[in-house]
Design a protein around this ligand. Sequence first.
Ligand code: MG
Length: 248
Amino acid sequence: MIALKNKSELSKMRDAGRISAEALKIGGEAVKPGITTGEIDRIIHKYLKSQNAIPSFLGYGGFPKSACISVNNEVIHGVPGRRVIQDGDIVSIDVGAIYGGFHGDNAATFPAGKISKSAEMLLKETMESLLKAIKAASPGARVGDISWAVQSYVEQFGFGVVRKYVGHGIGREMHESPEVPNFGSPGKGPRLAAGMTLAIEPMINEGGGDVKVLQDGWTVVTTDGSLSAHFENTIAITENGPLILTEV
Ligand code: MG
């Protein structure tokens, strides 16, 4: 069952979304050569606490930190720690906040110093695929229209879509129905209706879409070692079309 949110629930989700977006922005501003991923996580954690929000990821399934920070060939679920960011790295930050009983969830990949032209393109087009996916999320459309918007856009650049992990409904729980894959067929899947809230999150690799989990049990990396980018917004589907909730 897909939980629909009423007006007052949506306004709470807007608050949770705004705080999540602010935490992501602050984390992104901290990305530079020389900082550790652990330091970025602490900045994010401190900010969420200052807003009386609960970090969604802290303790989720046993995750030990407030943000997932994934560098270069790491796709998602990177555990912040002593790793020092180098000039030319790309750094994916994924952060969620619980506020007023509802979750916000968002992610972005940030450049550290000067990155390669090809990395720049991966970031730009992954971000663009998210915007195209959001545009497809109107009432009456289907989940497959969102999926196809991502897949059809990024594959023209030869990028690989990660299939093992997908976007999701979100609300009182971080992960609700439906699943929102970044691959699929237009016109297929659950029909979208006003009041649905979704986390749309393309995970796109410069090479193939295959991924594996490292021995730490968390960090997901590309199997071929290629770079990976991740952009995510929480959105609401309204009568007037999609509305981004994770906005500062
Ligand atoms: Mg998510």
